[in-house]
Design a protein around this ligand. Structure first.
Ligand code: ADP
Ligand code: MG
Length: 463
């Protein structure tokens, strides 16, 4: 019928606009490399902030003692304690707790958010028991993973540049987040020193390096997306401080804010961006990460309902609600292997209150999920390829096969199997035969929490 043809026309157009042929991915990777250079050359020189982390030494394995970590960066925050055993003993003991952030705190005041965090941390500290040994007479120390763009002032302080991922707490922008947390901890009498303030990418890099010395970069694919890597200090023209002894500096790219004319963007992406909390910003993130993939799918389905009566004569009201279709639900539909696609049918019914969908319609929805996820996965591979190019690790040099490990973490990477598989195969495709064998992607399971604790240990006031 005419309706079906119109719906298919919308689908085919999305498919075409989301296309990521390998030639386009190479252009994206090259643009990423160019922007990396520009961001390292001068402050404000690029959409990529290429933030200096003040981490010039990654964990060695010698770190010892009891350390805490706190991870704030999405819908949950995690508190963690680890007992580090030092040489050859690694992590002797660890415990964590996860607390979800009440949504009203994500757009309230800075004081309310940090009071809430400090209180949860204090509760967790109060449960410290057997297997954890604070050194007598010493203050407890914390690594604070804060996954928003921060201009670091030192390893243990930094001001918030802007919020992302659905947070919007105006009075916190420009403030030292460690100062804010410390104030809240003092208010309730929690005696703890923030020894390191890090981004989750830096934490993941540190956690990854602790287990594998070949880790060269870390990528987060979760609610948002970002990457960090180890740069040679003399290749950072905007760094005017002393060159670190190690000759290295870890850079937080803030790649979520990358954009390029080569990115395949659709009218749906444009509308999503305009209506977002941060229009014009985080464009790469908005086509790749977990916060947005389901919402892109919803927007296309909504168009198909409006212009092609895809779900019948009326537009299902629930389909008009922004962010109602979450990426985990999209993922569940995409992975549906039942012959009648009953997971798809169930999700449509439960979330969008659309019943009586035909198999043919369900197939269209799976195809749409595939189009949107494939674009995100292939673009993340292009981003990683860009980093490898910047590091000169994208080809075999002097016949030497140096192994490079990329530490990956985040709920999207971990749970959206089709996404991760596509990302990994695309990276191999970009690298080509010989070198592909020496580039390894490793899942760094909650590396960022452990990583922050490790960095707190190496920046302890007692070492
Ligand atoms: P954050 O990025 O907030 O620190 P995570 O790394 O745990 O937290 O990632 C959570 C995000 O991962 C969710 O917002 C969601 O988008 C995505 N995610 C979680 N589970 C799934 C799933 N089963 N399928 C697809 N995406 C998922
Ligand atoms: Mg996280």
């Amino acid at each position: 019928s005419g309706r079906w043809a119109r719906a298919m026309a919308i689908l085919r157009e999305v498919e075409e606009k989301c296309g990521t042929p390998i030639s386009k991915l190479r252009q994206v990777a090259d643009a990423m490399t160019v922007e990396m250079h520009a961001g390292l050359a001068s402050e404000g020189g690029s959409k990529l902030k290429m933030l200096i982390s003040y981490v010039d030494n990654l964990p060695t394995g010698d770190e010892k003692g009891l350390f805490y970590a706190l991870d704030l960066g999405g819908t949950n925050f995690r508190v963690l304690r680890v007992q580090l055993g030092g040489k050859d003993k690694s992590v002797v003991n660890q415990e964590f707790d996860e607390v979800s952030i009440p949504p009203h705190l994500m757009t309230g005041t800075s004081e309310e958010l940090f009071d809430f965090i400090a209180t949860a941390l204090a509760k967790f500290v109060a449960t410290e028991g057997e297997g954890f040994h604070p050194a007598p007479g010493r203050q407890r120390e914390l690594g604070f993973t804060f996954s928003f763009p921060v201009r670091q002032l030192s390893i243990s302080s930094g001001t918030l540049i802007k919020w992302t991922k659905g947070f919007n707490i105006e009075d916190a922008v420009g403030q030292d987040v460690v100062g804010e947390l410390t104030k809240s901890m003092e208010k309730i009498g929690l005696d703890m020193r923030v020894a390191a303030l890090v981004n989750d990418t830096i934490g993941t890099l540190a956690g990854g390096r602790y287990h594998n010395q070949d880790v060269a970069a870390a990528v987060i694919l979760g609610t948002g997306t970002n990457a960090a890597y180890v740069e040679r200090a003399h290749a950072i023209p905007k760094w005017h401080g002393l060159l670190p002894k190690s000759g290295e500096m870890v850079i937080n790219m803030e790649w979520g804010n990358f954009r390029s004319s080569h990115l395949p963007l659709t009218e749906y992406d444009q509308a999503l961006d305009v209506e977002s909390l941060n229009p014009g910003e985080q464009i790469f993130e908005k086509i790749i990460s977990g916060m947005y993939l389901g919402e892109i799918v919803r927007r296309v389905l909504s168009r198909m309902a409006e212009e092609a009566d895809f779900f019948g004569d009326t537009v299902p009201p629930k389909l008009q609600i922004p962010f109602i279709l979450r990426t985990p639900d999209m993922s569940a539909m995409h992975h549906d292997t039942s012959p009648d696609l009953r997971v798809v049918g169930g999700k449509l019914k439960d979330i969008l209150e659309i019943s009586n969908t035909s198999l043919k319609m369900r197939k269209v929805i799976v195809e749409l999920c595939d189009i949107v996820a494939t674009r995100g996965a292939r673009l993340s591979a292009a981003g990683i390829f860009g980093i490898l190019k910047k590091l000169g690790r994208d080809t075999v040099r002097d016949g030497e096969k140096q192994k490079s490990v990329i530490a990956l973490d985040g709920g999207l990477y971990e749970h959206y199997t089709k996404f991760s598989a596509c990302m990994e195969s695309t990276l191999k495709e970009l690298l080509g035969g010989e070198i592909a064998e020496s580039i390894v992607i490793e899942h760094s399971n909650d590396g960022s929490g452990i990583g922050a604790a490790l960095l707190a240990a190496s920046h302890s006031q007692y070492v």
